[in-house]
Design a protein around this ligand. Structure first.
Ligand code: AMP
Length: 607
């Protein structure tokens, strides 16, 4: 069967998994880590770095290192997360041509799907290195609470990365799949997912017949570990200002160091009761003097600083349970997902709410990618009986007179689903009608996310009210919206794409995909070159070491002199190939170099 991977494209870290045999397995990256930081950087020399190597240089290259791009994906320029990023991110956030967001790295600006595509591509490369073969297909996860624009942008990222994303599934649903996979159990479970940038809660029924049915889902796409880090940073900045009267926020490098230290302190406090934050030479005080930051943070202080953040997640859980008609005690298992669920306070509050301890033995960082790989395999395997019934997290509606939003597909409807609505013309000989598609729970249209607008044209000319058009709104299994329209009298139909209002155009996506393909080819070439260069230099070093002795051995032999001269030639050619970065030439010289080495060894063995 064709290989398919599951990718958890996280705010902070990403993870890739595959089902090998019948076992879902996480694929480690080259460094042996099972998760890869969702970070992208461009170096001064214009080199792209992704993952751990990007993270390692983040402090010294803060302006050209992107983290938490997932918070910005599919967002409009003036949306709160973008405004927040503009103020606090060390990288430069700019307005794009479609009311979207771009990030400037060195001399180029990148759309958010392009940044995410770099991470997806890295996950593809990690898999291909591990398997030694190509993979094209993937299932990618998104927070359940992602709206259509965010899903479309994620799908665009897949296209740019050159991946065939056959399905987008919700992270908590993926986690439940991993949990229930092969267990043959009937259970009502809650998945509490607190990651780096987002919070999700989902209630699911897992059936022994391999049916996974999501009953309800809710969340907040702007609540996660990064907010906890920010609280610690604010505390440090405030404390420093009180003590030294210096504002650390003015210094980008200091900010990046603070951010790293804050996250590390937060993690330490998941296992320790206090931790020391020490940042020597944090900022210059002028006159060749530097100031140092040193403070002790206690677990209780962290809990106080973040109390409202944890409470917000608990409130969302309670409200979701109530809306779905459940008591907290009805939930039979609680699955924790996301790095932030390692925080003891989070675990304690969740246990208190549900009146039972969350399940152990599910790895919060890996469970989502594993679920995506399970779903991918089931989708490709015709014999699979597994069925995933997810829901749409937001109400889909259209704008009606007075600026109101009229509901078409309610929140938590099982997807795929479709609903139709009949429109009639309001003017004589009206030939066009404009429809605004909205997503969100508010009655006021402006408070909801505008997914896009379309104009139905070419309507029959007739007296007002005489033309009836049936408009069908559909949400597919990826949670992505599409619209079709039909003239009920003539049966003539049009299918319309809701162009995401902050999305990329098809042309842009195609161009970005080509560039990303070029990058891949370049990268493969440069890796191949690098491997060949290392091989060659090793052999040359060996030859250099043997050279003098061989020279002595063949001193009296004309034949030997000739062989030595050939050896010098080939070494010179190899060096030149390295200098000129000529991979073909380098490959051509390696065999000859190896033969020369054998010959040298043979000569020395005779001595
Ligand atoms: P995820 O998006 O699931 O990778 O979650 C990443 C978030 O979890 C980041 O904000 C991390 O700082 C946080 N995190 C990871 N490990 C821990 C830990 N041991 N204690 C507290 N938070 C953690």
């Amino acid at each position: 069967m064709e290989k398919i991977i599951g990718i958890d494209l996280g705010t902070t870290n990403s993870c890739v998994a595959i089902v090998e045999g019948a076992t879902p397995t996480v694929i480690p990256n080259r460094g042996g880590y099972k998760t890869t930081p969702s970070m992208v950087a461009v170096t001064e020399a214009g080199k792209r770095l992704v993952g751990h190597i990007a993270k390692r240089q983040a402090i010294t290259n803060a302006e050209n290192t992107v983290y938490a791009a997932k918070r910005l994906i599919g967002r409009k320029w003036n949306s709160p997360p973008v405004v927040a990023a503009k103020e606090s991110a060390p990288y430069k956030v700019e307005e794009g041509p479609h009311d979207d967001v771009r990030i400037q790295l060195r001399d180029r600006s990148y759309s958010i799907p392009e940044i995410s595509a770099m991470i997806l591509q890295e996950m593809k490369i990690i898999t291909e290195d591990y398997l030694g073969e190509k993979v094209e297909k993937a299932v990618v996860t998104v927070p359940a609470y992602f709206n259509d624009n965010q899903r479309q942008a994620t799908r665009d990222a897949g296209l740019i990365a050159g991946l065939d994303v056959i399905r987008i599934i919700n992270e908590p649903t993926a986690a439940a799949l991993t949990y229930g996979f092969g267990k043959k159990i009937d259970r009502l479970v809650a998945v509490y997912d607190l990651g780096g940038g987002t919070f999700d809660i989902s209630i699911l029924e897992i059936g022994a017949n391999e049916v996974f049915k999501v009953i309800s889902t809710a969340g907040d796409t702007f609540l996660g570990g990064e907010d906890f880090d920010t609280r610690i940073m604010d505390w440090l900045v405030q404390g420093f200002a009180d003590e030294q009267n210096v504002d650390l926020r003015k210094d980008r490098m200091a900010l990046q160091r603070l951010k790293d230290a804050a996250e590390k302190a937060k993690m330490d406090l998941s296992v320790q009761s206090e931790t020391e934050i020490s940042l020597p030479f944090i900022i210059s005080a002028g006159h060749n003097e530097a100031l140092h930051l040193q403070r002790i943070l206690r677990r209780e202080t962290l809990e106080d600083l973040c109390e409202d953040l944890v409470s917000r997640t608990i409130d969302i859980c309670s409200a979701t349970l109530k809306e779905a008609g459940f008591e907290t005690g009805d939930i039979e298992d609680i699955i924790l997902v996301g790095g932030m669920t390692r925080m003891p306070k989070v675990q304690q509050r969740v246990a208190e709410l549900f009146g039972r301890e969350p399940c152990k033995g599910v790895h919060p960082d890996e469970v989502v990618a594993l679920g995506a790989s399970i779903q991918g395999t089931a989708l490709l395997d015709e014999a699979s009986e597994m069925l995933l019934l997810d829901v749409t997290p937001h109400t889909l509606g259209i704008m009606i007179v007075g600026g109101y939003s009229e509901e078409l597909i309610p929140q938590n409807s099982t997807v795929p689903t479709a609903r139709s609505k009949i429109f009639t013309t309001v003017r004589d000989n009206q030939t066009a009608v404009k429809i605004l598609v909205l997503q969100g729970e508010s009655e006021r249209a402006e408070e909801n996310e505008l997914l896009g607008e379309f104009i139905l044209t070419g309507l029959r000319r007739a007296a007002k009210g005489q033309v009836e058009i049936e408009v069908t709104f559909e949400i597919n299994a990826d949670g992505i919206v599409s619209v079709a329209a039909k003239d009920l009298e003539t049966g003539q139909s049009q299918s319309i794409n809701v162009t995401a209002s902050s999305g990329l155009t098809e042309d842009e996506i195609r161009k970005m995909a080509e560039e990303s393909q070029d990058y891949l080819v370049d990268r493969r070439m440069s890796e191949e070159f690098e491997a060949a260069r290392q091989d060659t230099e090793r052999i040359i070093r060996e030859l250099d070491r043997m050279y003098e002795d061989v020279e002595k051995m063949v001193a009296g032999s004309e034949f030997g002199q000739e062989a030595l001269s050939k050896a010098r030639d080939i070494i010179a050619r190899a060096r030149q190939a390295i200098e000129e970065k000529d991979l073909e030439q380098l490959k051509n010289t390696i065999d000859t170099l190896k033969r020369t080495r054998k010959m040298f060894k043979g000569v020395l063995a005779r001595s």
